[in-house]
Design a protein around this ligand. Structure first.
Ligand SMILES: *Cc1c(COP(=O)(O)O)cnc(C)c1O
Length: 338
């Protein structure tokens, strides 16, 4: 089976495992794990933030950030396709008692002009708007990245309105690989950033939450209350260090391979269109009447795994464990008609 379901399916390489095996460990709740401390230092430094917190998942880093920035009854502005809203188990309501204002934007990205009209006035009828969150790259948008000018505009609007600005950067390195914005300049636009180490970067576990010293101090309390404070976490954090040091530049290969998949899919009678590929995600719209589940199962019979991605859509994702040879197999084995 060649696995295009997600960039989360990668397994740590032997080199990464050796590096993890040798990590120096301590009790991170006491702040004593030198490997966790090193990962947090590296991550914060890369994006020019003061501090970082290593957490078990990207859902946890996002949910901690939302909890720090909001009070129960507040409203969070995000895209209607945002992971924080669609794929985190209702965590915004469950963990933080907050509600959402969903914007339509384009391809999973918020349009800066939409934001001002959706900030609630200070009036007893309305929930207080207290956070803006965006996703870069935007998963349901087909892995597209933001124009940096738009990010700067949103950041400015947030500052003018006293709103913190959060980035769900599950695939932020895929975006940065393409837009070539210097990391610190990019990082400076946000008050908090979640970075997944277990997606394209290929670490087995974990995400980093970045922000100011004050923010991370609060985030640490919330992580504890969510049951997410870990002890000798350096054993897994080491995978994150290895990933940041070895697997960032190579994301360009994943993007090249995703473009190749776009080409292959475009020739198939059962595909009506493919969202133009920008990074490592390929979303195909199926021809009229085809069900995504049927198509996913047919493709599975050819030894290829992908996922249904909403009605009449399927998604392929490229990652560290996909080779050019796998692409040749895909090209050979994908059926011409279904
Ligand atoms: C994967 C993902 C996350 C975090 O997912 P976890 O599985 O909890 O690590 C957050 N945001 C987006 C856009 C994602 O794709």
């Amino acid at each position: 089976m060649i696995d295009f379901r997600s960039d989360t399916v990668t397994k740590p390489s032997q080199e990464m495992k050796d590096f993890m095996f040798k990590a120096e460990l301590g009790d991170d709740v006491f702040g004593d794990d030198p490997t966790v401390n090193e990962l947090q230092r590296i991550g914060a430094e890369m994006f020019g933030h003061e501090a970082a917190l290593y957490c078990s998942s990207g859902t946890q880093t996002n949910q901690i950030a939302i909890n720090v920035w909001t009070n129960p009854g507040d409203e969070v502005i995000c895209h209607s396709d945002a992971h924080i809203y669609r794929y985190e188990g209702g965590g915004i309501a469950l963990n933080s008692g907050a509600s959402v204002r969903l914007l339509q934007g384009n391809s999973g990205r918020i349009n800066p002009n939409e934001i001002v009209d959706n900030i609630n006035p200070d009036d007893q009828h309305f929930p207080p708007t207290t956070l803006v969150s965006i996703e870069d790259t935007a998963n349901r948008g087909g892995g597209v990245y933001y124009d940096f000018e738009d990010i700067k505009r949103i950041s400015k609007i947030c500052k003018e309105n006293g709103l913190p600005f959060h980035l769900d950067g599950a695939r932020v390195f895929n975006a940065l690989q393409e837009n070539k914005i210097p990391l610190k300049e990019y990082g400076a636009q946000f008050d908090s950033i979640s970075v997944c180490l277990s997606k394209g970067l290929g670490a087995p576990v974990g995400s980093l939450l970045l922000g100011s010293n004050e923010f991370i101090q609060k985030a640490r309390r919330v992580r504890k209350a969510f049951g997410g404070a870990m002890r000798q976490a350096g054993i897994i954090a080491a995978g994150g260090i290895y990933a940041l040091q070895n697997n960032v530049e190579r994301l360009a290969e994943d993007h090249k391979r995703a473009k190749k998949i776009e080409q292959i899919l475009s020739t198939k009678s059962w595909v009506s269109s493919v969202i133009p590929v920008q990074t490592n995600i390929v979303v195909a719209h199926l021809s009229d009447g085809l069900s995504e589940n049927d198509v996913v199962n047919k493709i599975k019979e050819c030894g290829i795994l992908c996922v249904g991605f909403g009605k009449g859509r399927i998604r392929f994702t490229t990652h560290l464990d996909i080779s050019d040879e796998d692409l040749s197999t895909l090209e050979r084995n994908l059926p011409n008609s279904i």
